[in-house]
Design a protein around this ligand. Sequence first.
Ligand code: M6R
Length: 607
Amino acid sequence: MCGIIAYIGSRRVTPVLLNGLRHLEYRGYDSAGIAVLDGEQLQLYREVGPVAGLDRAVPKDLGGNVGIAHTRWATHGGVTRANAHPHLDSTGRIAVVHNGIIENATELRARLEREGVEFRSETDTEVIPHLIRTFYDGRPLEALRDALRLVSGTYGVAVLFADHPDQFFVARNGSPLVIGLGEGETLVGSDPQAIVSFTRRVIFLNDGEVANITREGVVTSLLDGAIFAPAVEQLDEDWIVEDKGDFEHFMLKEIFEQSQSIHRCMRGRLVASEGNAKLGGLDLSPRDLLYYKRVEILACGTSYHAGLVGAMAIERLAHVPAAAHVASEFRYRNPVIGPDSLYFAVSQSGETADTLGAVSEVQVKGGEVFGIVNVVGSSIARTCGRGTYVHSGPELAVASTKAFTSQVSALLLFSLLMARTRHLSPHDGKAFLDALLRIPRQVESYLQDPGPLDEVASIVSRARYTLFLGRGFNYPVSLEGALKLKEVAYLPCEAYPAGEMKHGPIAMMEEGTPVVVIVQDDSVKDKTISNVRECQARGARIIAIHTQGDHEAAACGDISIAVPRTLEYLTPLLTVLPLQLLTYKAGVLLGRDIDRPRNLAKSVTVE
Ligand code: M6R
């Protein structure tokens, strides 16, 4: 979604901003722009389409050492140059970039129009520079605060005043901003990715905070004017983004990174001698763990699918009732928050607005939520306070892959921890850990020889419709397979619990309909095979993802793909791999924009 980068220092600002925008491209956007102060001259450039287009439009000799820039993912108003950020006040001397949504924009716009302001865009953002102008009497910070007090909704804003070329201003409410402190230069990004190549010393701004940024540093204050000393943190070196290396796309690189990322998620968290796990960030003693009678997992998209696997593992292994909830539904259904329920918010980006909303709903009702998050210092991680980082490393392809397997790994570790405080013996705990420890090697070995996926990709990419089926632990994996195929290859498909398929989707079966079924050598294998037969009888072409060496399951597929054998609980870590690769191959075959599929954003910071 929208991205912000702003800079003040001694470097020429344009290359810094354009470089920052390139690092934000992975979030998804449809237009981009910059505003630069060359002396007191405010220069504005905006373009629809990729940052490369903006780069071509900006004069190569543009001077100035301070500026703000933005990538826009359209919400209010179409994808046009006029709607791209930065937006200016009517004198053209105040420039604003904004992430988030101003909920009372219609009302504010009507009021400003009555006062004679002429709007040049359809955006909600444009009310901000005009409002600032109405309060501006030469004191920029005061005008910004006065304007923001009238605004309701979410914002991360950066504001440039042509009258004050030695500083700029930022403010946050619900949309993240991180300030990077360099030597004689200061940057602000909506995401650490944009600034980490300059500095790892950062301040994460909190909601309701405003900062006055100069090249020497920062003065932070609250909307009411109270100044405070912010915490300065050091960004983890994981944030330093490498390039695609030998891979053609980040998605493929990230699929292939999974043996390392799963290993990183487990590193230091296994207690082999006790057949147990430790998750220090949760800070829960065995007594605390015993207290909880339910576990509820809140998430969206791929993270929700990981949550479904986690809930099943917690219930099966620890015998504690558990469920996963789509965060956007949970937050608005006035949920009952049980005092003895433990809540997890699962999120790769840590910025998903719906998940954040669900966290607030639990907290408002006195519940405690723990984060299972990838991005260190992100809003969900900070709002939860306690939790577990999954340490996938930066995931830059919009389609999530390695975050899924890391989230599942973290939830499996938690299931083990919970189970060991209850009935699970050290012996069984060790067997679970041993199997988990083998997973990274098994991921690697599968990826070296993934089976006839080119053939499957070619079938699926020509099909009118594809059905994904799974049962038990692999029903969420089939959901994930279908989500991936829609996101990246834009192919019509859906996922169903294999047993539920006969209650509707079976009507879709015709001669040659591809059905991708995950049929593992597990407690639901026989039932799954029966469901496969029901599809086959209606002409479906079966692609079976089966356990290596299981000839019966292999034989039920017209095409069979073997994944290494593991415990039933852990199968999602392996069965998801062919589905990720299938999507990748189908997307390539169809010429899709693999890393930045249409209409999608990497972190969905609006509802
Ligand atoms: O950053 P999050 O994990 O909270 O994001 C949740 C979803 O938006 C995300 O998983 C989305 O479904 C991805 N595009 C999946 O590939």
